[in-house]
Design a protein around this ligand. Sequence first.
Ligand code: F0G
Length: 462
Amino acid sequence: MARKIIKRSWAEPYRMKMVELLKMTTREQRNKAIKEAGYNTFLLHAEDVYIDLLTDSGTNAMSDRQWSAFMTGDEAYAGSKSYYILEDTIKKYYGYKYVVPTHQGRAAENILSKILIKKGDIVPGNMYFTTTRLHQELAGGTFQDIIIDEAHDPYNEHPFKGNVDLAKLEKLVKKYGAKRIPYVCIATNVNMAGGQPISMANLKELRAYTKKHGIRIIHDMTRVAENAFFIQQREKGYANKSVRQIVKEICSLTDGATMSAKKDALVNIGGFMAINDWDIFEEARNLVVVFEGLHTYGGLAGRDMEAIAVGIVESLDDNHQKARVGQVEYLGKKMIEYDVPIVKPIGGHGIFVDAKAFLPHLTQDQFPAQTLAAEIYVDSGVRTMERGIVSAGRKPNGENYYPKLELVRFTLPRRVYTQAHMDVIAESAAAVYDRRKSIKGLKIVYEPKYLRFFQARFEKLK
Ligand code: F0G
């Protein structure tokens, strides 16, 4: 009798030809390591980490094609062939007219913010990102969150939690006037909301509204291909469009972009600023020389630009995204099976565990997400990242931001770990969950001025 197959699984559209051996540690060694790191997973030595889910940034595995392209890098100081290859690729696949390479995303944010933001300006965005908001503030602007309310609720299953609430934007336009809003900053696949997409319909409405008021849209396109994959899966009218087509359409609804190529574009370093306006490009091309390097390398080696160009194309492959997002989903479903409270829907680049629900006996001032990240590391050597009150930092006036979301991010590097690794990770989260009541919070003992989450130190509460 013919077997009835009820499920057809996805699998990776690649195989491995080189592996990196990992160090295994004991719980005792990990207890010592995390204490020495001030209970901050950023301060651990990577060597002491078994499965590294700190970030999906710059931690991707490059393909054989990317490594081959690396060898063809043109290291000329000026006018490198590799720059023109990168420029052509960005124009072809994203559609922006002018490109300024930078060493990573925040360098593009710095340049763009310096050019477009004046003191007293308001910069609305679909949720903040740490470096993006800081550059806006350092340029004299104030960030205003205009994401839909659903994005701040970890359990709301809205399929497009990255959407903008146009009524919130309208309120800002009425209050401050369009002239004080140099641009709206739109992230695709909103990182801090849990890797949640914005819909094409919402972006189109935003485009129509901003056009009417003469306001630009600047696109933080760090994870645009993952966002496009969700549009393909969830939005009416897009099921038969490719990720590549959807990405191009998203970009066409915006005026320029900042990009950290370390995520979607599958490289270990790199980024760029892209813009359709010649005058802004001219200024950026000039400013990049001050901070990064000549406008045809922007702090990158020629070989880096070659690898980005190949990575961009690979990132737009439907099968790549299916496996990429599929792996994140696999991990998320395991966590749900074990009753671990996670942000829903499952996002694009990682699983975000709700630390407030995980450790309800801790107040936000006792740093539940920071605490949980440290506990997970001690349990299994899995390194995760706090995305809560520590990451949110302080306002320019010194007060703490108190974000609604207090999360631990289990971020998956692309093409790096296997399904067996996913099992180990979910089982570790479950084991810590089972002993959650015995977990004590932390107090902060050192705090740097900017982006404190990177270097802050903590001690365990008695
Ligand atoms: N925008 C978003 C949405 C990001 O996630 C990041 C980096 C940046 C901009 C800045 O880019 O790191 O190349 O300077 N996110 C990393 C993370 C650090 O772990 O989420 P960068």
